[in-house]
Design a protein around this ligand. Structure first.
Ligand SMILES: C[S@@+](CC[C@H](N)C(=O)[O-])C[C@H]1O[C@@H](n2cnc3c(N)ncnc32)[C@H](O)[C@@H]1O
Ligand SMILES: Nc1nc2[nH]cc(C(=O)O)c2c(=O)[nH]1
Ligand code: SF4
Ligand SMILES: [Mg+2]
Length: 221
């Protein structure tokens, strides 16, 4: 079984729990959603060129970088046929810290059998994405303190929905919670003001660091 890899590189992680730390990125082809703001829509093109790699080859590349944080992303990584095999292999290496970015539509319970699961970053797609109807709400019950839920927001309506879900599912009590702007779409101050007005304790606001360091459209960074 192969994995469809569209790019692989080392950079600093620009998002999430290990923001600012070196990480090896593996980006996979294809996605089942079509978010209006997607910054990697090119990876979802049916005709995108990819490297067919086995789980063993991906693991060998990761070890070769000598970087211990790993971020699996895409596209939607959990739709790759052999993603289970890759997660299994990576989980056997105690030196690695593995994060996987997922779009909220794939049932995380499928991966609950893993002995040493990765850290899941589940992105809940808010109204601005146009994809909210695809969200699997059961996923909120699967998240643990190792994981993250992320709300990428572009409007007050998005922020209001994020707040409602944080409250209803008591998200800050079970997992890390991040709110990030759709890049360039919303005043950063608006997010902070919203957090203050709604006493969003325990929530992290985060701006994609790599889009500040490099051109926001640059690939491989
Ligand atoms: C490209 S997605 C790939 C992983 C998975 N498909 C997902 O949506 O989580 C990686 C992350 O980038 C975020 N993202 C995509 N476009 C963005 C944009 N224009 N501004 C801010 N974040 C964005 C997504 O919301 C997601 O959290
Ligand atoms: N530097 C950098 N950090 C990232 N963190 C998550 C990314 C992603 O595209 O999922 C990403 C990315 O594309 N680049
Ligand atoms: S789910 Fe992720 S990769 Fe797919 S369209 Fe949305 S942001 Fe892009
Ligand atoms: Mg990205």
């Amino acid at each position: 079984m192969v994995l469809q890899v569209v790019e692989k590189f080392v950079s600093i992680n620009g998002e999430g729990r290990r923001c600012g730390q070196l990480a090896t990125f593996i980006r996979f082809a294809g996605c089942n959603l079509n978010c209006g703001y997607c910054d990697t829509a090119w990876a979802n093109d049916r005709k995108v060129a990819f490297d067919p790699m086995t789980a063993e080859e991906v693991y060998a590349y990761i070890k070769d970088t000598q970087v211990t944080n790993v971020t699996l992303t895409g596209g939607e990584p959990l739709l790759q046929q052999d993603i289970g095999g890759l997660l299994e292999l990576l989980s056997q290496d105690p030196e690695l810290y593995v994060e996987i970015e997922t779009n909220g539509s794939v049932l995380l319970s499928r991966f609950s059998g893993l002995e040493n699961p990765p850290s899941f970053t589940m992105d809940y797609k808010l109204p601005s994405s146009g994809m909210e109807r695809m969200m699997a709400l059961d996923n909120f019950d699967q998240l643990t303190e190792k994981d993250t839920v992320k709300f990428v927001s572009g409007s007050l309506q998005d922020l209001e929905k994020a707040r409602e879900l944080i409250d209803r599912y008591k998200l800050t009590e079970k997992t890390a919670v991040f709110i990030s702007p759709i890049f360039g779409e919303i005043e950063l101050e608006t997010i902070v003001d919203f957090m203050k007005d709604n006493q969003l304790n325990g929530v992290n606001m985060q701006v994609q660091l790599h889009k500040i360091i490099w051109d926001p459209n640059e690939r491989g960074v």
